[in-house]
Design a protein around this ligand. Structure first.
Ligand code: GLU
Length: 309
């Protein structure tokens, strides 16, 4: 299904686009540093034949941390709640997404939640499959089903660029291995995690995922249950409490919808009762969120009364 360009969305993009100049693209993963900081695009699904967009919505970008929502859903579907939450907690943290400090002080020693890097690594360690190839193809297959886009794959260059520079994530994984949170070879886990983060899609695809989650895990187009009700509920709750890094509290007040961002500049939004939002704006604020993307969501939430609170 194609999305229709709308003047209203275009006007809102123009209103906030100057914020892109105040942000910076992520460079700690060298390949992400090549993104055009001025880009800003949005797609919104509201119903069958109701998809609206503005900006260059066919431009692709990598999921980065947005993948954490999808690996969590897949791990919960495969291993169940009790097992997954033995390895990772449910509490938000006021620390940056890649912080190591709470790992040492939390009792029991497990990452606080699945949306920070330590927690996401623990969840990736639980993905179903025997080999990395099998685990990755299960994840990509799941994302293809959610989006209806069977061309989705991962960007090898971005994955490799992160793999070569992921020493902080590697140290989180070694720490967790020592404490029995994760099992197996750390570099194998990093290889899978960096590929998961490098899965590439566009704003339409992201909006479609948000739409399925908003519809309680049922694909509104086919009627198929892609994510069980309780799994959709859990991942959306994490999106509210921890989805926007250590800016989640402010985001809940100013926007008030389940959302997850990634350092590529993507934001996935899911508005209960049927709206999915996909945003791409690679210039980030100091917490790692798309700077203009957040402003666009603030405007949208105000104009369209989207807050769930
Ligand atoms: N691949 C990134 C990392 O682990 C994801 C971070 C993010 O998007 O927040 O650093």
């Amino acid at each position: 299904m194609g999305c229709q360009k709308t003047e209203q969305l275009q006007k809102w993009i123009e209103k906030v686009s100057s914020y892109t100049e105040k942000g910076k693209v992520a460079t700690y993963i060298p390949a992400l540093g090549e993104a055009d900081p001025n880009t800003l695009a949005i797609a919104i699904y509201e119903g069958p034949n109701q998809c609206f967009s503005a900006g260059n919505v066919s431009e692709t970008f990598t999921l980065q941390s947005i993948s954490k929502v999808l690996t969590l859903a897949l791990a919960l579907m495969d291993k169940g709640e009790d097992f997954v939450f033995q390895k990772v907690g449910m509490e938000p943290t006021g620390d940056p997404f890649n912080s190591i400090s709470k790992l040492e002080t939390s009792v029991p020693s497990k990452p606080l939640n699945p949306m920070i890097n330590a927690g996401a690594l623990a969840v990736t360690n639980l993905l179903p499959g025997q080999t990395n190839d099998e685990k990755l193809s299960r994840l990509i297959g799941f994302i293809q089903k959610l989006t209806g886009n069977h061309d989705i794959t991962y960007n090898e260059r971005v994955a490799q660029s992160e793999f070569e520079t992921a020493d902080l994530n590697r140290s989180l994984a070694y720490f967790m291995k020592q404490h029995g949170v994760i099992e197996g070879d750390v570099n194998e886990l990093l290889a899978l995690y960096t590929k998961q983060c490098a899965i590439e899609l566009n704003c339409h695809d992201l909006a479609k995922i948000g739409w399925v989650l908003a519809n309680k895990g049922i694909d509104p187009l086919s009627g198929e249950i892609i994510v069980p009700f309780d799994v959709a509920r859990i991942v959306k709750t994490f999106m509210v409490t921890c989805g926007m890094y250590n800016a989640s509290g402010e985001f809940a007040i100013k926007v008030g919808i389940p959302a997850k961002s990634g350092v590529s500049g993507g934001i996935l939004g899911s508005v209960p009762h049927g709206m999915g939002i996909g945003i791409y704006g690679p210039a980030l604020d100091e917490k790692g969120n798309s700077i203009a993307g957040i402003k666009l969501l603030e405007l949208l939430a105000k104009e369209m009364k989207l807050s769930i609170f």
